[in-house]
Design a protein around this ligand. Structure first.
Ligand SMILES: [Zn+2]
Length: 238
């Protein structure tokens, strides 16, 4: 007997089997409907975002150096970036990291490394085609009194200003000495994409108290939480 004939033959075996099949089909249909109504179109669209997380420096370029501990900025940038990556992925966003280890992005030769490092970051951003780029850095200043976190954006980009304000709000609320407002910055990394792009300078390694906080895993977690919450607010996901 052909399979199709066998299937229809089932219906001839009596009303009990027919009833069971009907109940099964009705239940499946109702489950499908429930799922469709629970997952609204908005929710699906809102999670269709890509964020590039750019851990500043790396390799022979350590960035700033800690005033007391001589910790490398590149190491803290990477730690915070990885914490941020985890949080963003947990809510279903696509995340592209410009670097995932201590290496720089300039390749084997170190000649002219800074330019090639920056160009590689730009290439990664262009390929990812993200809605958001966040570069993670720690600040430094010749005088040791400056403290706190501040977000920089390019003045030509309204999206970037909005994103900067969302993240700075979180910094002001949760991090020490960070109620200082956003700042305009004229940096290469802020001009790599027409999408929202900011540089988060998360505290001063040239200040002893900030440095103590910035090297602690719990404060790094707090920084990542601030940037994450700022992104979520910017995307209206909450
Ligand atoms: Zn830096």
């Amino acid at each position: 007997m052909k399979r199709s004939n066998h299937f229809f033959a089932c219906f001839k075996k009596g009303p009990a089997i027919f009833l069971l099949v009907a109940i099964f089909l009705a239940m499946s249909f109702s489950i499908t409907l429930d799922l469709a109504s629970a997952t609204s179109l908005n929710e699906i669209e809102s999670l269709d975002y890509c964020v590039v997380v750019d851990a500043g420096h790396g390799g022979i370029d350590p960035g700033s150096i800690g005033y007391k501990t001589k910790v490398k900025e590149s190491t803290i940038n990477l730690a915070v970036s990885k914490l941020l990556e985890k949080k963003l992925k947990l809510i279903g966003l696509r995340v592209v990291m410009t670097r995932e280890n201590e290496d720089g992005l300039y390749g084997l030769s170190t000649a002219n490394y800074k330019k090639r490092d920056m160009q590689k970051r730009r290439d990664i951003i262009k390929e990812a085609n993200p809605q958001i780029v966040v570069s993670v850095h720690m600040n430094s200043y010749i005088r040791h009194n400056l403290r706190g976190a501040q977000v920089f954006y390019d003045k030509s980009s309204e999206h970037s200003e909005d994103l900067a304000l969302c993240i700075q709000d979180q910094f002001a609320e949760k991090l020490e000495k960070s109620d200082k407002g956003v700042a305009i910055g004229d940096y290469y990394m802020l001009k790599c994409t027409p999408s929202a792009s900011v540089i988060a300078e998360c505290g001063f390694l040239s200040n002893e108290e900030d440095e103590k906080l910035l090297i602690s895993p719990s404060y790094q977690e707090l920084i990542a939480e601030c940037i994450f919450a700022g992104i979520v607010n910017y995307l209206n996901l909450d």
